[in-house]
Design a binder for this molecule. Structure first.
Ligand code: SF4
Length: 125
């Protein structure tokens, strides 16, 4: 997989962010409400929107679900996308490659069983 795209971000390949108690999920905490009432985390992880975000990330396309990062980058700030390229230090390059090797570039799917991060966020309102 070529990660040199100007829009590549590691989060859609390594994370699923889950917001409780309504169990909505997204590719990262910057976009916390992408899919509601999920059937399972595995199904959500390979939902059409997740697959589209991954494909866009690799093809140099700015997916609208990632607008917060595009706006930060346009203003000169360091976006979470840019941080994701070096700051996800809890996994080694070898472990990262195990995940990325499961990517199907035709469909945009990944093997959910290899995903190392499930983030839980609790809405206390
Ligand atoms: S580009 Fe930004 S909004 Fe999109 S997945 Fe990466 S960190 Fe999240």
């Amino acid at each position: 997989m070529d990660k040199s795209s100007s829009t590549f971000c590691m989060y859609p390949f390594s994370h699923i962010n889950v917001k409780l108690p309504d169990v909505s999920v997204a590719q990262c905490f910057r976009q916390p409400n992408l899919i509601h009432n999920v059937e399972s985390f595995e199904v959500a992880f390979n939902d059409t929107i997740f697959k589209d975000i991954r494909k866009s990330a690799l093809l140099g396309k700015k997916h609208p679900a990632c607008n917060q990062c595009w706006e930060h980058e346009a203003s000169g700030a360091i976006s979470y996308r840019v941080k994701s390229l070096s700051d996800i230090t809890e996994i080694t390059e070898k472990e990262e490659q195990v995940i990325l090797d499961t990517y199907n570039k035709e469909t945009g799917t990944l093997d959910f069983t290899k995903v190392p991060f499930i983030e839980l966020r609790v809405n206390r309102q």
